[in-house]
Design a protein around this ligand. Structure first.
Ligand code: SAM
Length: 528
């Protein structure tokens, strides 16, 4: 019963957007987190189907349980393990079993399907069946080289198939890998290849990061020794990538509003061997771009909070959102994103800025860029990666889009703005507060609206999604564990990747057990 009660509690909190499922499960302190996580995710996936069954059988009225409890119980009874545990709840549910099974059978006949999974909403089904994204592994060149990492994986039993030459080469069988088509520091493995326990991951030699999420730092390509701003930086995958490209030389100013995420980020950057960064727990919109400290900033990476609509993610809320609410949410996000962009373009020596989102909505992508260019005529778009197939929506084909079907990545958008020679930033404060009008499909104009008065410096949490990859969500959960491990990892991290395996798997497991016994915590470095 404890499992179902916990799962129902987490499901309810997740549906009220009180946190990511993984984080809520981790925080619950439940003994078997894997079992709890699987149950919550599966129930969430079938949420709309379960709600229909519960409604059809009037289960809430007859049992007096809450909707979230009913969903978890009905899921496990009809689709999952068959209520293996459950105490009094099991007894209660068994009384309704026949009626629930009949309702499920009727639903399948009505929808002309035979399998339970065919009842899932189309978006969830696509994630289930269709798209198994490759496992992308970014080699952290601050700690090792791509060649050394390749050698290590080969010795670890993986078959190296060389440099990928065409998109099909990225569709790999288990235990094989290639070098990516576009990104020199990226290795590509078969979907779901598990690396969270791998030595190279634990030691910060590899970062598990979706290919699309590697594009912003790669395209910004800051000079080693340069001054760079990462405006909305946590949990810092792109910051770490920037530092690697800068070879840890120069200054990397990273801001984020969320202290908890910054603390995770600090731990992760430490593990990745990043030293050129300076973290600040600040609202980027309040950063004084004229401060002499930023006088040499030439590069900005802006990856602000967005709707996260590009994320291929199981366990996403599958219920169809209220369209009006969704439009309001997108309008708020777009207004925030445009304000961030306009603000970022104010750094007096800025030369290049990358704007990215993990959203598929034009409102957050091309339309934001269009409005920004209109307000900042001193900047223009750079045509990115000509060989990249999926382009920004017309007329913004200089930008890149990414998607599971076309680029085998999560949905993503990247634009690179550069200053015209000699131009200075022009966006006046009055324009900064304008937002993009939403209704027109081809909006490139800027319309002051009521929202403009509200000046949303901070997007409400329920409107934003801050993780652009499975790994970033994992980071939040791993925070506590990593804080304990980071000291040991630093020592292990000194082992050169190419020097051969640092011991057998058995030994590594032993080491891991030992590490877990330690309780050292690390203080976030340089967080202002
Ligand atoms: C999409 S995430 C950034 C992911 C990050 N770039 C990475 O690659 O790991 C957006 C981040 O923006 C932060 N944020 C939101 N509003 C902000 C603001 N006004 N100033 C600074 N950071 C902000 C959120 O806390 C969140 O961590």
């Amino acid at each position: 019963m404890a499992l179902y009660a916990k799962a129902a509690d987490i499901l309810e909190k997740a549906e009220q957007k009180q946190g990511a499922v993984k984080t809520l499960v981790y925080d619950s302190k439940f003994a078997n987190v894997k079992q709890l996580f699987a149950l919550v995710c599966e129930t969430q996936k079938y949420s709309s189907v379960l709600a229909e069954l519960i409604e059809a059988t009037k289960l809430l009225k007859q049992t007096k349980v809450k909707m979230s409890q009913a969903k978890v119980l009905v899921y496990d009874l009809l689709i999952g393990q068959g209520l293996k545990c459950g105490g009094p709840w099991k007894v209660m549910m068994m009384k309704h079993r026949a009626r629930l099974e009949a309702a499920l059978a009727r639903m399948k006949i009505k929808r002309k399907v035979t399998r339970n999974k065919d009842l899932l909403p189309s978006g969830v089904q696509a994630a289930e069946d269709g798209v198994h994204l490759p496992r992308y592994v970014r080699v952290n060149t601050l700690k090792t080289t791509v060649d050394d990492a390749v050698d290590y994986f080969k010795r670890d039993g993986f078959a190296y198939l060389g440099q990928a030459n065409r998109p099909d080469d990225l569709e790999l069988k288990a235990k094989s890998f290639v070098r990516d088509l576009h990104l020199p520091d990226l290795l590509v493995f078969a979907p779901k290849t598990e690396f969270h326990e791998h030595f190279l991951y634990k030691a910060g030699h590899i970062i598990l990061q979706d290919k699309a999420s590697c594009l912003p730092a790669f395209l910004l390509d800051p000079a080693s020794g340069g001054h760079v701003v990462d405006a909305c930086a946590a949990p810092g995958n792109k910051t770490g990538h920037l530092a690697a490209i800068m070879k840890n030389k120069g200054k990397l100013f990273a801001f984020d509003l969320d202290a908890k995420r910054l603390s995770t980020m600090s731990t992760l950057l430490l593990r990745a061997g990043v030293t050129c960064h300076q973290l600040a727990n600040r609202d980027f919109l309040k950063v004084d771009t004229a401060d002499p400290e930023y006088k040499d900033v030439e590069y900005v990476l802006l990856d602000p909070s967005c709707s996260g609509s590009g994320m291929v993610c199981l366990g996403k809320d599958s219920s169809s959102p209220d369209q009006e609410k969704e439009q309001r949410r997108l309008a708020n996000l777009a207004a925030f994103q445009l304000r961030c962009l306009n603000h970022a373009l104010r750094f007096p020596r800025l030369q290049r800025l990358v704007y990215s989102t993990c959203s598929v909505h034009a409102e957050e992508n091309e339309k934001v860029v269009a409005a920004c260019l209109q307000q900042n005529p001193g900047f223009r778009l750079v045509h990115l990666l000509p060989q990249w197939k999926e382009r920004g929506l017309e007329p913004f084909t200089q930008c890149l889009r990414a998607s599971p079907t076309k680029t085998l990545t999560h949905g993503f958008f990247v634009a690179l703005l550069e200053r015209h020679s000699g131009a200075v930033s022009t966006a006046p404060p009055s324009q900064e507060e304008t937002v993009i009008s939403m209704p027109s499909p081809e909006v490139t104009s800027v319309t002051p609206s009521e929202e403009a008065e509200e000046k949303p410096a901070v997007v409400p949490p329920e409107a934003q999604r801050n993780s652009d990859s499975e790994e970033e969500e994992m980071m939040e959960e791993e925070e506590a564990e990593m804080k304990m491990e980071v000291k040991t990892n630093q020592v292990e991290g000194q082992v050169k990747t190419g020097d051969g395996a640092p011991g057998t798997k058995k030994k590594r497991k032993k080491k891991k057990k030992k590490k877990k016994k330690k309780t050292t915590t690390s203080t976030p470095a340089k967080v202002e």
